[in-house]
Design a protein around this ligand. Structure first.
Ligand code: B1M
Length: 233
């Protein structure tokens, strides 16, 4: 503690500091989260480790108490803003790999859904792996996805949904692609907490991605297959 009673984050060891980030995220203390992220980076932590162990884990805990009615929307919004502030610091570090361009992805959260933290994380990690990412933001109608696909001609369409009520909209988008004879032109990857492999298969997506790291590996595998097919003519 400092003289004014404030906790000096620098005085904590790594383990306690990470636990403190979980608490500060929970309490929506944006500046404290930013400070702790910078301290961990300063101590040589890899950006991905800070992201997963401090921020994503902190948000997981928030999610449990939100589910159980201990936290409510205003508190969770503050937590989400703190998480975003931490991600903002990590973003340039995660994408500054100088990796060659592997492909292009259009990604967005589906209509009726405003959750964007996971989608943003996927976008960052994809950029870090060398993909060009066009982020459509939240609440995307099928028309918005189609317009973006036509404008940007991506290799991959990524969709995110965090609500059981919005995840069926992914099928609307995929069915529309089918109707227009465009389905096979793109790899469709889907993700979000309530989804699973079975759901992805049932709606006709190419892949379900449990998390951002899986999204990157899956996208790389699809691009490798695509390049092999092109090479074979
Ligand atoms: Co909401 N919310 N929320 N929420 N929220 C959930 C999703 C919920 C599970 C909480 C709970 O009850 N436990 C619950 C859904 C229940 C259900 O449908 N079964 C819920 C609810 C009910 C609601 C509201 C309806 C609450 C209300 O108003 N009464 C409301 C809905 C608003 C709307 O969308 N229309 C609502 C609102 C909000 C806030 C605005 C307060 C805020 C969002 C802020 C924001 O995103 N900017 C919020 C938050 C933060 C959450 C929780 C707590 C955390 C979500 C998150 O950011 N996780 C969440 C609880 C939970 O998920 N356990 C909850 C961290 C993030 C890194 O993980 O998003 O899963 P995630 O992303 C992962 C993977 O899923 C995957 O990779 C990511 C990174 O590893 N992935 C993809 C995600 N998208 C992908 C796309 C891909 C690939 C992988 O494409 C290729």
């Amino acid at each position: 503690m400092s003289d004014d009673g404030e906790l000096d984050l620098n005085s904590l060891n790594d383990e306690d500091l990470v636990l403190q980030v979980h608490d500060d995220l929970y309490d929506g203390l944006k500046e404290e989260v930013e400070t702790a992220v910078n301290i961990l980076l300063g101590r040589g932590w890899a950006p991905y480790r800070v992201l997963t162990e401090a921020l994503v884990e902190g948000m997981r805990i928030v999610g449990i108490d939100f589910r159980d009615g201990i936290l409510f929307v205003p508190e969770v919004l503050l937590a989400a803003n703190s998480m975003k502030a931490g991600m903002f610091i990590l973003r340039p570090l995660l994408i500054a790999t100088g990796a060659p361009r592997l492909g292009k992805m259009v990604i967005g959260t589906v209509k009726g859904d405003i959750h964007d933290i996971g989608k943003n994380l996927v976008g960052m990690m994809m950029e870090g792996a060398g993909f060009e990412v066009i982020d459509l933001g939240i609440n995307n109608s099928v028309e918005k996805y189609l317009a973006a696909i036509e404008e940007h001609q991506p290799d991959i369409l990524g969709m995110s949904a965090l609500l059981t009520t919005t995840m069926p909209y992914m099928k609307v988008v995929i069915d529309t692609l089918k109707e227009k004879g465009m389905r096979d032109d793109y790899v469709v990857m889907v993700g979000g907490a309530p989804l699973n492999e079975e759901f992805a298969k049932a709606i006709g997506a190419d892949a379900y991605c449990r998390d951002a790291a899986v999204a990157v590996e899956t996208a790389k595998a699809f691009m490798a297959r695509k390049h092999n097919q092109l090479a074979k003519g």
